[in-house]
Design a protein around this ligand. Structure first.
Ligand SMILES: Nc1ncnc2c1ncn2[C@@H]1O[C@H](COP(=O)(O)OP(=O)(O)OP(=O)(O)O)[C@@H](O)[C@H]1O
Ligand SMILES: [Mg+2]
Length: 330
């Protein structure tokens, strides 16, 4: 992964076309036969065979001979497919350092341009475009399904009969869910601005800052209140994070904060929504109790998030009523 940019630069167009064709073929849970690749890429048999042997040597493609000769990709190639798409769409202009490796993702910094600057930036008249062009990004490549399938493979000594595509679906779904949630929450809730989605990769604003668990805050009360306010704002938008913890809150020296890592979020109509919200609040409150000796009780924090939000819902309904009366879409 360190060499994602290098690997990308060393790929030619034919190799990218082959990787994309294998990925499309794998959506149907198969090792993809070479003949399918010829049909799908419209490359000559010679070009397909040459391209595949280069990709096999780079370990970007795997081959099986049983039950028929077929090809498959892993996460390294999948990352390259998403990156190639993001570069083609002019979303990503260059890649930077590794920002984080989580249980279920690899996050890289990048420089890019936002496909659609938000209304506030558009209104800022001159200079708005330069701001969008210089946008520091975080590209999160989802990895859902990776560990579980590796474990299965470890105990099974041949790979051919395993549905290699399951991880593709899991990672793609995780990214799509995270992107949709960010779009639903931004900008009402402090989350990184969503920029683009490609395959299993979510592109968002690089927020900067440090994870809450790694900092020593000077005024912890204010930060705790800010986090609870964001949780309340998310609840008002109908969303529970469901993995909120000091690992998923970024705080910045300029006093701004953002809640990150939303693929497992649930709707507040989900049968377990209240239980998950309570668990989120517990993770946050117990961190502040333990590290800063703050004496806020879990029940108070929960009441704050739920209580505030009831007023918020009424406010949302009022706004939407007024818009309808005005004849504007809500
Ligand atoms: N928008 C962002 N701006 C700055 N840094 C980010 C951003 N998104 C992610 N990071 C960094 O990458 C790390 C991992 O990201 P994230 O928490 O979203 O995924 P994850 O940790 O893999 O998920 P999980 O919590 O399931 O393991 C974060 O802890 C943070 O350091
Ligand atoms: Mg995380």
């Amino acid at each position: 992964m360190d060499n994602l940019a290098d690997a990308f630069l060393k790929l030619d167009r034919k190799e990218i076309a082959l990787l994309k064709a294998i990925e499309r073929g794998m959506r149907h849970c198969e090792w993809v036969p070479a003949e399918d690749l010829m049909a799908k890429t419209r490359l000559s048999p010679k070009a397909v065979i040459g391209g595949l042997s280069k990709l096999l040597a780079k370990k970007l493609v795997f081959k099986t001979k049983e039950p028929y000769e077929g090809y498959a990709i892993g996460f390294a190639a999948y990352d390259l497919i998403a990156l190639s798409d993001l570069v083609d769409r002019d979303v990503v202009l260059s890649l930077g350092d590794l920002l984080g490796v989580g249980k279920e993702s690899v996050v890289l910094e990048a420089l890019g341009r936002a496909s659609s600057p938000p209304a506030a930036e558009m209104d800022a008249a001159e200079g708005a475009e330069e701001v969008a062009d210089e946008l520091p990004l975080a590209v999160k490549f989802h990895r859902q399904g990776e560990t579980s399938f590796k474990q299965i493979r470890r105990v099974r000594d041949h790979l051919a009969d395993l549905p290699r595509c399951a991880w593709i679906h899991a990672a793609r779904l995780g990214a799509a869910k995270e992107f949709k949630t960010l779009k639903r929450l931004y900008p009402e809730v402090s989350v990184p601005r969503p920029v683009a989605l490609s395959h299993h990769a979510v592109v968002m604003e690089h927020f900067g800052g440090t994870e809450l668990y790694r900092v020593d805050l000077e005024e912890p009360e204010g930060w705790l209140e800010a986090i609870l306010e964001e949780a309340a704002a998310a609840w008002r938008r109908g969303i529970v994070h469901a993995d909120l913890s000091p690992y998923n809150v970024l705080v910045r020296e300029d006093g701004e904060m953002a809640i990150i890592d939303w693929p497992q979020a649930v709707s507040r109509t989900h049968p377990r929504a209240r239980e998950l919200l309570e668990r989120d609040m517990k993770n946050v409150v117990s961190h502040f109790q333990r590290k800063y000796r703050l004496d806020l009780e879990l029940e108070e924090a929960l009441a704050f998030v739920l209580g505030e939000s009831d007023e918020g819902v009424k406010e949302d309904q009022k706004i939407s009523r007024e818009k309808k009366e005005d004849g504007r879409p809500s």
